[in-house]
Design a protein around this ligand. Structure first.
Ligand code: SF4
Length: 269
């Protein structure tokens, strides 16, 4: 069965075992949505695919509707690569490419590996946007097909990381170390949330972590905002940051300067 046929069959009622086999082979994935973006999620114009499934529960998550794999739409690797094909000229003109985001793309490692392989066969620049928590699910062969990792370092010490995400920091550190050993380019992302991630020491700890990875070409400080509040409400979830203000200009400048003081090229988003 070709992947495209498999996708159609999945929507038309494969039994659980058949569907699982397609997921395991990487032919079938679970996707929330996709969009064409410029100047975010990697260089140039990107096709960003938001995949379903995430083991973290970040208090500021903008995409809580991607947490569960079962809530996504079935999509075949072939279908996603068909979308990539449509934008090849745009990617070539802008230096852009494909970004797999989420959710957590490494929840679907076989699917991600297959899509990345297909993109590289087409000569397309590839990026994955990940917390690194599931970095062990990324095989070396998969990482050979990744040009850029957008690595979210959500806090710099264990307690703050667990408070922010509900999970442990160490897997992210291990993944970053592995990417450093491989020389894979990384953009580090840090979401600045007043009262949660903004402590001077926490930011210093993030900077110290990043400093040990020489292949990091930029740090992006992303300002917390309230755009996700309604989404949490619609999903019937209690939003813990409902009363949190976006960071002030002074706070953003302080944090940016902290990273820059460590010699890191830093942008604010
Ligand atoms: S890792 Fe991303 S998708 Fe997962 S909970 Fe955190 S912000 Fe949301």
């Amino acid at each position: 069965m070709t992947a495209a046929l498999a996708g159609i069959a999945a929507r038309d009622g494969l039994d659980h075992g058949e569907r699982l086999a397609l997921v395991r082979s990487g032919d079938l994935g679970s996707m929330h949505s996709w969009e064409l973006v410029t100047a975010v999620d990697g260089p140039g114009t990107r096709l960003t695919a938001f995949l379903n499934g995430c083991p973290l529960r970040c208090l500021y998550c903008q995409n809580p509707d991607t947490w569960q794999m079962r809530d996504g739409d079935p999509v075949t690797a072939e279908e996603l690569l068909g979308r990539v094909d449509r934008y090849r000229r745009v990617f070539a003109a802008t230096g852009g490419g494909l970004t797999l985001s989420g959710g957590e793309p490494l929840m679907q490692p076989a699917f991600v590996a297959k899509v990345l392989r297909g993109a590289k066969e087409r000569g397309i620049h590839t990026a994955i946007d990940t917390s690194g928590f599931l970095g062990r699910a990324a095989t070396d062969a998969m990482l050979d097909d990744v040009d850029l990792v957008l690595l979210d370092v959500k806090s710099g010490d264990e307690d703050a990381y667990r408070r922010t995400t509900g999970r442990a920091l160490q897997p992210t550190l291990d993944f970053g170390d592995r990417l450093a050993a491989r020389g894979t380019e990384v953009w580090v992302r840090f979401v600045l949330v007043p009262g949660l991630t903004d402590a001077v020491e926490n930011v210093e700890n993030v900077a110290a972590i990043v400093e040990r990875w020489p292949q990091v070409s930029r740090v992006e400080v992303l300002r917390f905002h309230q755009m996700a509040r309604d989404k949490w409400g619609r999903l019937g979830l209690w939003y813990p940051l409902a009363d949190t203000e976006p960071p002030s200009a002074e706070l953003v400048a302080r944090v940016r300067d902290q990273f820059r003081a460590h010699g890191l090229t830093t942008f604010v988003g």
